[in-house]
Write a protein that binds this ligand. Sequence first.
Ligand SMILES: *[C@@H]1O[C@H](CO)[C@@H](O)[C@H](O)[C@H]1NC(C)=O
Ligand SMILES: *[C@@H]1O[C@H](CO)[C@@H](O)[C@H](O)[C@H]1NC(C)=O
Length: 376
Amino acid sequence: MVALTSILSWTSLITLVASAALPEPSTDIDVFSHGPKKPQPKCKQVLKRRAWHKLTNREKKSYLDAVVCLMNKPTKTKLPFAVSRFDDFIKLHQLQANRIHGDGWFLPFHRIQMARYEQVLRSECGYKGAQPYWDEPRDAGRFSTAEIFDDEFGFGGDGSGELGGPIYIYIYGLRSPITTGPFATYTLHTGPGYKNIPHCIWRQIADIPSSASAQQWIDRCMALSTYAEFWPCVENGIMPGSTFPPPPPGFLEGELPPWPPGNVSVFPGDGEFVFAISPHNGGHVGVGGEMGNPVSSPGDPLFYMHHTFLDRIWWMWQKKDLGRRVGDIAGYTSQTPLDGKWVNATLEDELDMMGIGGNVRVREVMDSRGLCVEYD
Ligand SMILES: *[C@@H]1O[C@H](CO)[C@@H](O)[C@H](O)[C@H]1NC(C)=O
Ligand SMILES: *[C@@H]1O[C@H](CO)[C@@H](O)[C@H](O)[C@H]1NC(C)=O
């Protein structure tokens, strides 16, 4: 595997295409709540997801305003420690972190999480557009100057923490709150990791790890022909035939980042992570802070820009052989064995949405057209 110096890792629109004249579904979210036997929903409209840098300032502002709205609304799921509606989506990810990473559910779960977030922004916060995505290869290797961190028409800037020491300490160890942009005053109540400690959104932008977002690392995944090969490449840069160190015991059960800040030593006796170069890790590690945390990363609204970007990659890959690939699933249903056993992922598996709309089968999320979204 190509190595950036050992840094860190974790294993781990607004164009309405169809007739805008049609009335919107009364509750968008019901569209996704059908059972597996019922027919695919007919789309009243198809949401076209576009790259952030292609939106007008007005479109950007309307999206950011809707996210702030979500942060100001109370939780509906009332999951433990959830305070805001925005928290509901963090909890969804936090509480299932071991089921939705490092296994076959990785891409299906995040696809439906993006769709539900988009629908709630629309149905509860008056957002009219589609969920945008961050075209990360444009900014690979230079996240610190990316326009997405704009204070007015973006997600705000870097964390204010002091830099210094090995880079892996920055990313997991430093309390580095953002101080500018629309989310600077927001208090998270979920995270870091499995903890639930009120804190501001942390970031620790790191240009070198962000070079993992370059097009070449996408291209090598796109050239693979099965989901069994494709998903590990996207998630953790694992190429066919290569191996990746398994997470050490207790990795996901632990408290990340350490509190108070200190060294992270997940590989015993090593003290460093292996940085796995992949489209997934580039965005997470390049932004750092909340985003660098495999469990509570949806605490930074950029999470949705990043995972929509990854979802687009999956869809582009599926479209290369659509008939076969919308039915291609592989991998297990968890990152570590459950009750000592591995279970293969299948199309019939039910994804638990923890009260954010109904649960769905993997089958129902395999084809983006069934979710009434498309990409530019
Ligand atoms: C981190 O680990 C290094 C190497 O063991 C050590 O020198 C340093 O003091 C540690 N830093 C903290 C904050 O614990
Ligand atoms: C799980 O999937 C693997 C790889 O496709 C396969 O070899 C194995 O037989 C499957 N196990 C079960 C119980 O279906």
